[in-house]
Ligand binder design. Structure first.
Ligand code: F6P
Length: 538
């Protein structure tokens, strides 16, 4: 790749040379040349540790990116971010979700006192609402057993992840997530809920999102149809646009607002997580916030060369821009984290999938690699063939939980063994001698020996969480947030707007009109016209 305009030539050249050297030298060799490699590149962040030693990190890479951090003014940009400067320039807003999880004492000195007050007030209002709803849930005359959480994207993905990750097996409260305009999803939920024992939560930062408003309306109609008295009294709204919720008809004291400086995909720390918080209880939700705050502290106070979200973003950038990786895979070896990948997909690709620099000029580097993945061990029996023997470079991440929340320890040790084994296999691979040693019958069968050869040399990162707790989950998510921010800095984009989703939304309205019986589709391209005509012809 050619030199990004903001980078010094020396840093760019050393990364290019490093990539050439790495392409011809096995990753395992890095362990031979540095006996302390594992210690040097395993980082303890309190809530979890991160082993980067099976990636291509080394002193040359760290030095080059430390230089780049200076070239791009990383330190002052970070300070502007954390102190509430309007760094989301296209929307003229600060980006301050971090305030929702920090003690007031940790707020930046330069923070506008009005903003600080908004943060404190919104947390207090959220807590007060939780107490009220909890009282309602536990009233013995009409006990509540089901909550329907209606929201989409950032108004759903984080809360669903937290709910699934931290829900005890014996929880008496069920939360159902409805995001899609596809009524198959909604109807599946309504089939198992009873109007009298259900509360509904309409979650939308803007309170204008078509899918969410339609689903809320349909649930209210369902309640009405079942003869529930005053369905509106069962509806709560969480939004940064309380006026729109009032206009929709939500009772004023059922509207929980949060500040506009909390981005949708960064809103898991806010009242957007109300349903998960009701399931967890206030104390555990606070622990979730504290876990995130522990990473904020590390991110805010640590120099680039030791800053783990920054270094992880540097590796993402290196693989994508200097080694040709088009994607990155994330594998959580824990069923409870099955919604982690969709959550991270929104976080990373909606933040960094952009082609404009912060000044509006075209980017001069590759931005967001595709984020994908799944849950181990299932993925081993589906996509791992490609991971081990495919022709694309796919840096991968393994998230392992040391202690499960169950007593079936034989299950758990097998689960961990599988995750660890994959990282070892990706690193070292196997050659013909290795195969002959374990499968002597392959001797002389060249075809099979070749097919069973694994090149190895494939980078992976291992996260170890002692337990999946509110604290460790909060820390993990905050780590990914800051890493995403750092990547955005390296490619010089605004990670906090999402203009790329708007065109499709507008055209969906136009298509909806053309789908009507007398609708006109002539404004569309020939392929789109033909699809509309064929649907209407049915
Ligand atoms: O369309 C994209 C998006 O704006 C996301 O950024 C956001 O998380 C989601 O839609 C939902 O938006 P809202 O919370 O305003 O309903």
């Amino acid at each position: 790749m050619s030199k990004p305009s903001a980078y010094s030539l020396s840093a760019h050249n050393s990364l290019k040379q490093l990539a050439e050297k790495n392409a011809s030298t096995g990753l395992i060799k890095k362990f031979d040349s540095d006996s302390d490699r594992v210690n040097r590149y395993t980082f303890d962040l309190g809530a979890f540790s991160l082993d980067l030693s099976k990636t291509h990190i080394d002193s040359t890479l760290v030095q080059a990116y430390t230089q780049i951090a200076k070239d791009i003014d990383f330190g002052s940009n970070r300070s502007q971010f954390l102190n509430g400067f309007p760094i989301n320039a296209t929307e003229n807003r600060p980006v301050l979700h971090t305030l929702l999880r920090q003690d007031e004492a940790a707020f930046g000195e330069k923070l506008d006192p009005k903003v600080a007050k908004q943060a404190v007030d919104s947390r207090a209002a959220f807590k007060a609402q939780i107490i009220q709803i909890n009282n309602r849930i536990s009233r013995s005359d009409h006990p509540i057993t089901d909550l329907i959480h209606i929201g989409i994207g950032g108004s759903s993905l984080g809360t669903q992840l937290v709910y699934e990750a931290l829900k005890p097996l014996n929880s008496s409260l069920r939360v159902h997530f409805v995001s899609n305009i596809d009524a198959h999803q909604l109807l599946e939920v309504l089939a198992i809920c009873k109007a009298q024992s259900t509360l509904v939560f309409g979650i939308s930062k803007t309170f204008t999102t078509a899918e969410t408003l339609k689903n809320v309306t349909s649930v209210l109609q369902w309640m009405q149809g079942l003869g529930a008295a005053n369905p509106m009294s069962r509806l709560y709204a969480v939004t940064a646009n309380p006026e729109a919720a009032h206009q929709f008809g939500v009772n004023v004291d059922h509207v929980v607002s949060f500040p506009t400086w909390v981005g949708g995909r960064y809103s898991v720390w806010s009242s957007v997580s109300i349903t998960a918080a009701l399931m967890m209880g206030e104390q555990r939700f606070d622990e979730f916030l504290q876990g995130a705050a522990s990473i904020d502290k590390h991110f805010a106070e640590t120099n680039p060369e030791n800053n783990i979200p920054f270094l992880s973003a540097c590796l993402d950038h290196y693989y994508c821009n200097y080694s040709g990786a088009k994607s990155r895979a994330i594998f959580a070896y824990d069923h409870r984290l099955r919604s982690l990948v969709p959550y991270l997909q929104q976080l990373e690709t909606e933040s960094n999938g952009k082609d404009r620099q912060r000044n509006g000029e075209p980017v001069d580097q590759l931005t967001s690699p595709v984020v994908w993945g799944g849950v181990g061990t299932d993925v081993q029996h589906s996509v791992f063939q490609m991971l081990h023997q495919g022709t694309s470079l796919i840096p991968s991440e393994f998230i392992l939980i040391v202690k499960p929340d169950h007593k079936l320890t034989d299950h758990h040790s097998t689960l961990l063994a599988n995750g660890i084994a994959q990282t070892a296999a990706l690193l070292v691979g196997q050659d013909a001698d290795d195969i002959r040693a374990v499968e002597p019958e392959t001797e002389g069968n060249d075809l099979v020996l070749k097919a069973k050869t694994f090149s190895g040399n494939r980078p992976s990162t291992t996260f170890l969480l002692e337990q999946l707790s509110p604290f460790s989950l909060g820390a993990l998510l905050a780590f990914y947030e800051h890493r995403t921010y750092c990547f955005g800095q390296l490619v010089n984009i605004n990670s906090f707007d999402q203009m790329g989703v708007e065109l499709g939304k507008r055209l969906a309205n136009d298509v909806a009109s053309s789908l009507e019986v007398d609708g006109d589709q002539s404004a569309f391209d020939p392929s789109t016209q033909s699809i509309i005509a064929r649907i209407k012809g049915n």
